[in-house]
Design a protein around this ligand. Structure first.
Ligand SMILES: CC(C)(COP(=O)(O)OP(=O)(O)OC[C@H]1O[C@@H](n2cnc3c(N)ncnc32)[C@H](O)[C@@H]1OP(=O)(O)O)[C@@H](O)C(=O)NCCC(=O)NCCS
Length: 277
């Protein structure tokens, strides 16, 4: 194995992969990558859940590359597109270049109409540096910080409450901890809901008695959770779209942490400050 981020794994090609690559070519392949070789041998195959979904590659054989630069290529089978796998795979390839080679700068030459590929370049922090043979030419330092994931910014010390607790107790816990949400756990293990400041406000507005009203009655059920591998950007997007300020972070049904919009904004602020200094 060359590298993995828990979702996408890069592996060296194995016998049979070349044929799968030739068979997996579609119109997009020929449009942007040309006729292709009969025996493709990329640097790495992209795997997700024990399925081969594409490849990533780099080469040095171009007269427009400067010393230390490599040119990156990638392809995903049509069915695997739209899930972030190519972005993750290219990021892993860049980490591999940084860790295991002397190459310092990754480059991309992308046809101006290849919008998916240009979107990927922007997503990964590539910056356009002019044109080569009439096509936009992008570069990125391989050391650039990879996309942060929720795992890096979540709070692992999650405040929890039993569904039988009173609304007053939940509010008190939130006040003491200085947070805006408490996760409701049945028998300390099963996530059954979340109580946020908004739920407390709703309870107060409807004249609920703090000491008598139960968390079970006022919590938000069917909680939407996210996985620790989700990028900070995608988590923030999800929160804005769904109008949530807190998302519990779960993996295989296990509560690992919680992430708040406030924490995400703080991270973005610190990160953009660091990038501009
Ligand atoms: C270029 C190519 C690899 C891009 O594939 P892709 O699936 O669009 O790219 P990603 O895997 O990064 O996925 C991004 C999409 O997944 C979504 N996504 C879901 N979860 C995501 C996550 N965790 N991280 C990033 N994106 C995520 C993004 O919102 C985006 O969706 P959208 O296309 O609806 O905006 C693919 O189109 C392809 O194989 N093209 C033919 C070959 C080619 O052009 N190669 C490059 C030549 S320069």
């Amino acid at each position: 194995m060359i590298a993995t981020d828990g979702v996408v794994t890069l592996r060296a090609p194995r016998p049979g992969d070349a044929q799968a690559f030739v068979e997996g070519r579609d119109g997009e392949f020929f449009k942007w990558l040309g006729p292709g070789s009969d025996a493709p041998a990329p640097v790495a195959c992209v795997w997700v859940d024990d399925q081969l979904v594409g490849w990533v590659d780099y080469d040095l054989e171009h007269d427009w590359l400067e010393p230390g630069e490599v040119n990156i290529g990638y392809y995903l089978f049509a069915a695997a597109r739209g899930n972030g796998y190519a972005s993750r795979a290219v990021e892993l390839l860049l980490q591999h270049l940084q860790r295991d080679t002397e190459h310092a700068v990754a480059t991309l030459l992308i046809h101006p109409e290849n919008v998916r590929s240009i979107a990927l370049a922007h997503r990964l922090g590539f910056v356009q540096r002019g044109e080569v043979k009439g096509e936009p030419f992008f570069t990125r330092d391989v050391r650039l910080r990879p996309m942060a994931t929720v795992a890096e910014v979540m709070t692992t010390n999650v405040l929890t409450v039993d569904p039988t607790a009173s609304i007053g107790e939940a509010a008190e816990k939130m006040m003491d901890a200085g947070v805006g949400a408490v996760v409701v756990m049945e028998d300390m293990v099963r996530l059954t809901g979340i109580v946020t400041e908004r739920d407390i406000l709703r309870a107060v507005a409807q004249r609920a008695r703090a000491a008598e009203a139960r968390v079970r009655q006022w919590m938000t059920e069917s909680v939407i959770t996210i996985e620790p591998e989700t990028t900070v950007e995608d988590a923030a997007k999800m929160m804005f779209e769904k109008n949530f300020r807190h998302l519990p972070v779960c993996k295989d049904g296990r509560l690992l942490g919680i992430v708040s919009l406030r924490r995400l904004s703080q991270y973005e602020f610190e990160h953009s400050k660091a990038a501009s200094t």
